[in-house]
Design a protein around this ligand. Structure first.
Ligand code: SAM
Length: 191
């Protein structure tokens, strides 16, 4: 990293920061399920078992101020279409009507981390409850995709839904660091 770029990361407001700031903070976000003042939940199909995927989510979610409130929904039964339809009914019932729904979907827009940071700023300014959504093994029903205010992709590859929880939490943490000019995010790319 060149000196110019290093200087850019050392914004006066973050000069005193250290790696310790990346540790989970016990004193923030208590009882406030929100993303910087706006309610943020993660609605996810399936129940996580203890293991590396659950640990990955826990690791990054604990670094969000405040953390996402996780709401797990049971997996649907039946054919693939029935599963999606049943899960959609539960998903739509879990949200207040004014919720800004950000659905994780391969077919959505795949922003850069910087663009995602800008998007999160915009979502916060909308001052509506925010819910991120991760589908189950059969994906999300059309009715849910239509209801979503934003379809967010992590790229065209299909990832296991339990892994997507941790990947989303990491990207939201990265977005938080970009908004705060924290050096966790290194923007450098080869020219
Ligand atoms: C195993 S995937 C479902 C695959 C399904 N065939 C589809 O195309 O949606 C389970 C869930 O993980 C999330 N997911 C998986 N890969 C993703 C990606 N690249 N970007 C965004 N979300 C993804 C989505 O919420 C998806 O509904």
């Amino acid at each position: 990293m060149g000196a110019d770029r290093r200087r850019r990361h050392r914004h006066p407001s973050v000069q005193a920061r250290s790696a310790r700031d990346l540790q989970p903070r016990e004193d923030v976000g208590r009882g406030q399920p929100c993303l910087c003042g706006v309610k943020a939940r993660l609605i996810a199909v399936g129940r996580a078992k203890a293991g590396p995927e659950a640990e990955l989510f826990r690791h990054y979610n604990a670094r969000l101020r405040p953390p996402l409130e996780l709401q797990e929904l049971p997996e649907g039964q039946g054919s693939a279409a029935e599963i999606r339809r049943r899960e959609a009914t539960a998903i739509l019932a879990a949200m207040a009507p004014n919720t800004l729904l950000v659905a994780m979907d391969l077919g959505g827009k795949a922003p850069t981390s910087e663009a995602l940071s800008t998007l999160t700023q915009r979502w916060m300014e909308a001052a509506r409850p925010i819910a991120f959504l991760i589908g189950g093994a059969e994906g999300l029903d059309e009715t849910v995709l239509t209801r979503a205010g934003h379809l967010l992709s992590l790229g065209p590859l299909t990832w296991p839904h339990m892994l997507v929880r941790g990947m989303l939490a990491e990207q939201l943490f990265r977005a938080q660091c970009i908004r705060e000019n924290h050096p966790y995010h290194r923007a450098w790319r080869p020219g």
